[in-house]
Design a protein around this ligand. Structure first.
Ligand code: GLP
Length: 259
């Protein structure tokens, strides 16, 4: 695992966006096959998406041959709800780039058969050739996508019941009322994310410091599902300074020196 540390969130976001663009362009140079990317929502990736849009507008990258799968979506929230992850992705990324609509995949939290929806999503990822890169965030309790503590590290896309803590944290987008946050979500599993050739996780702010400490220095454990990244051959966590505030001095120095 590599930990990239930048002083500030905007600097770390620029690093992540440029890394993704390099990967898209590197594949396009040698293959006609699409670049398959996993995408996340939340406040964390907003600046990374803004930099991807800037790079697209500057002619540095095209998303015409990019296929994306988002990692999660609330159950029962109308697609047009401003806090649905459908709305989020269009607002912060898809409306501003040239990615064809048919290449965009987001789980349908209103599907009549949620289990069938999840199974079909896994099949579609496989049919697309699997992920070249998965971009993720992390919850304060170390969850990746919506894989709450004690999710199996072998889990695949499925229906998840959100913890009270996650609903309270996400209530900032729902008038501060945890009851308005849907109780369930659809989410790719830990194994779905770890199946990507590369995994890039963003973590910003001191609120994420405990999760980063657990994921980087703790044991691989379902208690902190991001810790599964320790077993991944190409895992990168991109942080600002506050997010690495709880790492041991030696760990911090190691990652700074080896970058
Ligand atoms: C939610 C999402 C995660 C996201 C996390 C962190 O729980 N399901 O994918 O990583 O929130 O959100 P934020 O980036 O707003 O801190």
């Amino acid at each position: 695992m590599q930990v990239i540390i930048r002083d500030t969130m905007p600097q770390a976001s620029v690093w992540a966006a440029r890394y993704i663009v390099e990967k898209i362009n590197a594949k396009a140079a040698v293959s006609d096959k699409p670049f398959v990317i996993g995408l996340c929502t939340g406040s964390t990736p907003i600046e990374t998406y803004a930099e991807l849009i800037r790079l697209y507008k500057a002619g540095k990258v095209s998303f015409k041959n990019v296929v994306s799968f988002n990692m999660d979506e609330y159950v029962g929230l109308p697609v047009e709800h401003p806090e649905s992850y459908h709305s989020f992705m269009h607002h912060y990324l898809f409306d501003h780039i040239d990615q064809p609509a048919e290449n965009i995949h987001i789980l349908d939290g209103n599907a009549p058969d949620l289990d069938a929806e999840c199974a079909a999503y896994e099949k579609a990822i496989e049919a697309a050739g699997g992920f070249d890169l998965f971009l993720g965030g992390v919850g304060e309790d170390g969850h990746i996508a919506f894989n709450e503590p004690f999710s199996s590290l072998q889990s695949r896309t499925r229906v998840i019941t959100l913890t009270r803590e996650t609903r309270e944290i996400n209530s900032r987008f729902f008038d501060g009322d945890p009851e308005k946050v849907p109780a369930q979500a659809l989410s790719v599993g830990v194994a779905t994310v770890m199946g990507a050739k590369e995994v890039v996780v963003l973590a910003f702010g001191s609120k994420k410091a405990r999760a980063i400490k657990d994921a980087v220095e703790g044991p691989i454990s379902h208690y902190c599902t991001l810790s599964a990244l320790q077993n991944h051959p190409a895992g990168i966590i991109v942080c600002d300074e506050p997010a690495v505030g709880e790492l041991k001095v030696n760990s911090y120095r190691y990652f700074k020196a080896t970058e």
